[in-house]
Design a protein around this ligand. Structure first.
Ligand code: AMP
Length: 207
């Protein structure tokens, strides 16, 4: 039997994806939310789930360690790897990738400093806009950077905007709308086509 591995993103996406799996008739052999395990068998023979950090999902899928994965579009835009198809927009865990700055920052013409976890996305965006910028990589709490004078702007994901507001920041430009996407390793799509297509159909049917 062909073994299929689906890599899931822990956190917010997982919370929204678990009910989708349930509706699709895919049931983990154990309660994922209440466990520290990272690999779960399911009710479907030879179909298992991995629980990863979002940034690692495209890497597992690119190298074929996972055949399929579910990750946010923000992660996919930032990922430079490729090697997978984006097969389905799950239309979940929606948010926006945006630039933001302090309320009182004017629109300067000079070189600005941008702090973000999304260095590749930011570099491309500011270059497209013809804006001179330097980039500082952060791994979290981006909203602190303008407050403490580390950066003029940040590129971050925004949902309600409450996190920004709480730090006296305002959103400026929309870079991309984000939602959870299903990705499939290109080789697996060929070699395991029928099984993978059946899983995609199940998920699509449950949306
Ligand atoms: P909010 O205050 O509602 O704008 O949410 C902002 C913070 O929530 C962001 O900085 C993210 O860390 C997190 N967040 C919002 N939407 C998502 C999402 N779809 N997936 C993961 N994290 C999110």
């Amino acid at each position: 039997m062909t073994q299929i591995t689906l890599a899931l993103t822990k956190g917010r996406i997982l919370k929204e994806v678990l009910p989708l799996l349930e509706t699709s008739g895919i049931r983990p052999s154990q309660d994922i939310a209440g466990s520290r395990k990272l690999v779960f068998q399911t009710n479907i023979e030879n179909f298992r789930l991995l629980i990863l950090r979002g940034v690692d999902v495209p890497t597992y899928v690119q190298f074929g360690a996972a055949d399929m994965g579910i990750a946010g579009k923000d992660i996919l835009l930032e990922d430079a790897g490729g090697g997978y198809y984006e097969s389905l927009d799950l239309d979940m865990a929606r948010c926006r990738l945006m630039t933001a700055s302090s309320k009182d920052t004017g629109i300067g013409e000079g070189r600005i400093i941008v702090a973000t976890k999304y260095i590749n996305v930011a570099r491309k965006y500011y270059a497209q806009k013809g804006r001179q910028a330097e980039f500082i990589k952060l791994y979290g709490a981006m909203e602190l950077a303008p407050v403490l004078g580390l950066a003029d702007e940040i590129v971050d994901i925004v949902d309600t905007g409450n996190t920004l507001k709480a730090h006296g920041l305002v959103t400026k430009e929309l870079i991309a709308n984000v939602s959870a996407r299903l990705i499939v390793n290109k080789t697996a799509m060929k070699t395991k086509f029928e099984v993978i297509q059946a899983i995609i159909d199940r998920l699509r049917g449950a949306l």
